[in-house]
Ligand binder design. Sequence first.
Ligand code: HEM
Length: 525
Amino acid sequence: MAQTTESARTTAATGDSRLPKGFRSAELGWPELNRVPHPPRRLPLLGDVVGVDRRKPVQDSMRLARELGPVFRRRIFNKEIVLVWGAGPAADLADESRFAKHVGLGVANLRPIAGDGLFTAYNHEPNWQLAHDVLVPGFSRDAMEGYHGMMLAVAGRLTDRWDRELAAGRPVDVPGDMTKLTLETIARTGFGHDFGSFERDRPHPFVSAMIGTLTYAQRLNAVPGPLAPLLLRGAARRNAADMAYLNRTVDALVEERRGSGGGDGDLLDRMLATEHPSTGEKLSAQNVRRQVITFLVAGHETTSGALSFALYYLARHPDIAARARAEVDRVWGGTGRPGYEQVAKLRYVRRVLDESLRLWPTAPAFAREARGDTVLAGEHPMLRGAWALVLTPMLHRDPAVWGENAEDFDPDRFTPQAVRTRAPHSFKPFGTGLRACIGRQFALHEATLVLALLLRRYHFHADPAYQLKVTERLTLLPEDFRLRLSRRPLPGRSAEPDPAAEREDGGTPGGGCPAHANEDAESGG
Ligand code: HEM
């Protein structure tokens, strides 16, 4: 039986000898915690709160990481957390034989809405394996090829909108429009649903409710557990209303599908009708609801950020944009409808995306727990169940791997040669191991396709005064980022093969689990 977050906290606090779930403070599992550095001005009861920005826990942690080194800890009220970003200890945490995903912090705070859905399920919960096995074929190469046409159609709605904004002389709201695009894409491909986002001036209420729950889940980390009901009374009420809205929306969507007698074999059909290949079991109605919410949220928020950061860097680096644009012209020629295979051939555009995800991995951390008593990187003893948070934006900036110029944007860090010679497990925007992102190929295909379509159609003009500010709501997004556009003529038909095109991991290879195929192809592992 799954524990609630609250009872999980209680278990942790009472030090029950069973492996506790949910949040557990580091002093319970790290016998030599005193050797792990923490910020200098630690206050009794409050912890390391001097100078923190409650709204930017990731960027605060990045600042502390630079001061404290590759393994450090933070204490916020009664919660002590160990953070890891050095490439060595992070690679150790990727060892699946000794570590597994830990559902804690913000992820555990999403359990009231997503329960044992794929993202928030505890490792021991049977519905994780069931849903994983039932849904993985929905991300196979064939399935992805099936989504391609729908992705193109949604991207067409984006360019229609951008053409209108351009004609009206207005800059475009990049993160706002990328969110519309990615929500419509996952809704259409996964669930045959149209939220009508492009026809609205304000975000769809589903998006507002989702942002509400993500922000609330993040805020819960920054208040003392026992005081949360008091301090966050108003926010908790709004969160309950947001959750009710998300549930109602999803229930209506599922009802509609049940009434229609089935769709065209999309994710929702799989959730409702597919039996587990060996046990014959199907997902329960409650689990379907949780999976739909999980996929609608996980399937668009992070991809929207990835596209937004990539557009930010392309606008900042006209030379890189020109090189990417030249590749698109060369590979796509004059075609109005690039085929599925033509996306995988865009090696340089894909590198732009990888490099953006390096600097700003939009799911910026993941937690790993020890499967048994062990020693992290030969230095820090951990008891079974002890956990650490991998701070991905800093792992992706470790100078030992990425060099002293790690802050610079350079897509050539992802040439096949550079990838092959890099230390394994040093690029982890999609997490690691068995619980890594199931939607990785989906996100990469969608984002590469859309970036290429935009590069081919527009020149981007950034406001020179814009300073990158990053919003945090469990995910990362560039704040208030607008672009001015100008149209460029579409190139003539030129299907010349590109002799310089290198063969790199572009799509899901046949066989195996697409969720985990080539997990380390980019990091050289
Ligand atoms: C650029 C886009 C994306 C990024 C950066 C991203 C990142 C991640 C990360 C880091 C994890 C592991 C979290 C952990 O260990 O706690 C994860 C898991 C997951 N992601 Fe993604 N993701 C992206 C796109 C997508 C898409 C498009 C979908 C669905 C269509 C998706 C669905 C999921 C699900 C269901 C899980 C949980 C998998 C499991 O535990 O079995 N993600 N993602």
